[in-house]
Design a protein around this ligand. Structure first.
Ligand SMILES: *Cc1c(COP(=O)(O)O)cnc(C)c1O
Length: 336
């Protein structure tokens, strides 16, 4: 097969993403930027926003949002307490508020990072909650960066895309990935949606600026990865992704049952591959060390995801069934 240099003549991955994930939501293939992953796009979005902006993040949340903000210089590093960082607003998400922030206490920011289902808590936002979020962004002139890396794990009746919310196209960017659907963490393939309706306050389309950044800092994801992505979006590929997601969610159930039977309060897992376990009054790192030393299992200390994660650990369901069962057996011995 002869392929001319620098041009991809295969079927259009952007069109396949638009029709698979945004079928009747009015998102077009020209609104989609194919990338080498959501994490990379989060940093490129930070380049777009620059250093002179204020951010809000769920607390706890995926560390890339805060860390890329710090790298961009959006924070006041001379303030020692991370919760006091000048330009980052931590939106506390705890069992008490159902893991959805009380927006009436959140100050106005330029950008709001929001991930649902959330990593690490595994909680998913309802339609009503996302409507509140979109309204909040409209009222404040904010842009939401909505991370939907786990949307296909949703089994409750909750939106899989922010663009299911009326009016979201004027206030939201959505970033997503093949990493957690098809084991593409090493292959590297994701996408970001910037609707043409999303405008800066001077009326200039955000997508045009992002296109300039993508074309300057990145030359597109490899043809090989894109061909893999297209295979994932064929009917056979979609079935394979659903099956593997179903398998990981069975792992989540096994992990939830194990901790619940030991008397712990357990969250997440139902719409996500992560189980969020509460150890009230204990430090996340102490619990992490105890589990590592006594059972040789690796968990993730919740405080690594923000101050609101203190006292929790995140348990991942990404594993072989035999290993998950063995891990649960050891945890039962430790905490019986
Ligand atoms: C894993 C993960 C990503 C990263 O995805 P890549 O496409 O592999 O860069 C982004 N967001 C969240 C919330 C994740 O957990």
């Amino acid at each position: 097969m002869v392929v001319s240099a620098g041009r991809w003549h295969g079927p259009n991955l952007r069109a396949a993403i638009a029709s698979t994930f945004y079928g009747d939501l009015g998102i077009e293939e020209t609104d989609i930027f194919v990338s080498d992953g959501a994490k990379c796009d989060i940093s490129r979005l930070q380049l777009l926003f620059g250093s002179n902006v204020k951010m809000a993040v769920q607390d706890p949340s995926y560390p890339a949002y805060v860390d890329s903000s710090v790298i961009m210089g959006q924070t006041d590093l001379f303030q020692k307490d991370i919760e006091q960082y000048g330009n980052i607003e931590y939106m506390r998400c705890t069992p008490e508020n159902g893991f959805f922030p009380d927006l009436s206490t959140v100050s106005k920011t330029d950008i709001i990072f929001f991930c649902s289902p959330n990593n690490p808590t595994g909680s998913v936002a309802s339609r009503d909650q996302l409507m509140q979020l979109v309204q909040f962004a409209k009222d404040n002139g904010s842009i939401i960066v909505y991370d939907s890396a786990y949307a296909m794990y949703i089994s409750d009746d909750c939106p899989q895309s922010i663009f299911e919310i009326p009016g979201a196209k004027e206030v939201a960017i959505e970033t997503s990935s093949f990493s957690k659907y098809a084991g593409f963490t090493g292959v590297r393939l994701g996408w970001t949606v910037i609707p043409k309706e999303l405008l800066f306050s001077d009326g200039f389309p955000v997508a045009k600026d992002f296109n300039r950044i993508v074309c300057t800092c990145f030359n597109g994801s490899s043809n090989i990865a894109q061909a893999g992505g297209l295979a994932c979006l064929s009917s056979e590929g979609l079935k394979a992704m659903k099956d593997v997601i179903g398998f990981y969610k069975e792992n989540s159930e096994i992990i939830i049952d194990t901790f619940a039977s030991l008397g712990f309060n357990v969250y997440g897992g139902k719409n996500a591959p992560y189980v969020w376990v509460h150890f009230p009054g204990r430090s996340s790192w102490d619990v992490f060390a105890e589990i590592l030393e006594k059972t040789h299992l690796v968990t993730t200390p919740g405080s690594g995801f923000g101050p609101g994660g203190e006292g929790f650990i995140r348990v991942s369901a990404f594993g072989h069934r035999g290993n998950v069962l063995e891990a649960c057996k050891r945890l039962k011995q430790l905490y019986k």
